[in-house]
Design a protein around this ligand. Sequence first.
Ligand code: T3D
Length: 258
Amino acid sequence: MYETILYEVSEGVAVLTLNRPDKFNAFTEKMNKEITDALKQAQKDAQVRCIVLTGAGRAFNAGQDLGDVAGGEVDFGGFLRDRYNPMILQFQKTEKPIIAAVNGVAAGAGMSVALACDIRLASDKASFVNAFVGIGLVPDSGGCYFLPRIVGMGKALELAMTGEKVSAAEALRIGLVNQVYPADSFMEDAMAYARKLASLPTRAIGLIKRTMYKGLEMNLEETLQYEAFAQEAAGSTEDHKEGVAAFMEKRAPRFTGR
Ligand code: T3D
């Protein structure tokens, strides 16, 4: 169904694999559009309660395929507005948890996409390169939005201005990733994490995601109001009733995502 990505759903988890391993999974226009479409599909599918984004082969993603843009005049504004910006916005619009399972290097827009995910898990062979400066560009695809919010302004400016490679261990230390797992068992460990998230109250998690990201843009009063609105929605779910019932009955809850 897709040409540049693989898309599979099992046990409540949609796995979206960037699949151009000989090019380090670099982005093409088709890949940008297929990712956007796959995220929309995962949002619509009630079976899907968590999404994992990973890369085939040695890399996670090396950013824009430079072979496609080398030597020509690039309309950078149009390029981003048509291809990358809708893709990044779709990560936010998808009200389900999205995990970047960073199996290898994440560079340029590949790093930005990992930052646009809600959770980052890294193989101990993974690395991050804010490669834009190396080709005289500015971090795009949300890199200037997410990076300072995740690691703080000082570190974000350092990574963006120097383009230095960050190892998985350093990424964990600075809060760029949530967990690091051994390369040999990486996808098993990442999938176990994803299945755990998929077993939790999916609608509450979607509302947590929306409210937290909105909170970045709002003052305290507006955030309190938005929390009240989100709580009304979460409080009307079957999973809320199940969570309270399970607590009262001293048993483990069985959440269904409804
Ligand atoms: O017009 C615009 O550019 C606007 C768009 C902006 C969005 C962006 O993403 S800008 C940033 C674009 N990306 C980069 O600048 C990263 C370029 N790649 C690298 O710096 C390095 O390849 C890596 C740090 C990612 C990995 O280094 P290393 O030493 O582990 O691997 P390698 O040998 O450099 O690359 C392996 C193969 O992947 C190689 O192919 P080959 O020689 O074995 O046939 C290499 O050419 C290919 N590859 C890596 N990155 C890209 C790529 N091919 C096309 N496009 C790439 N971005």
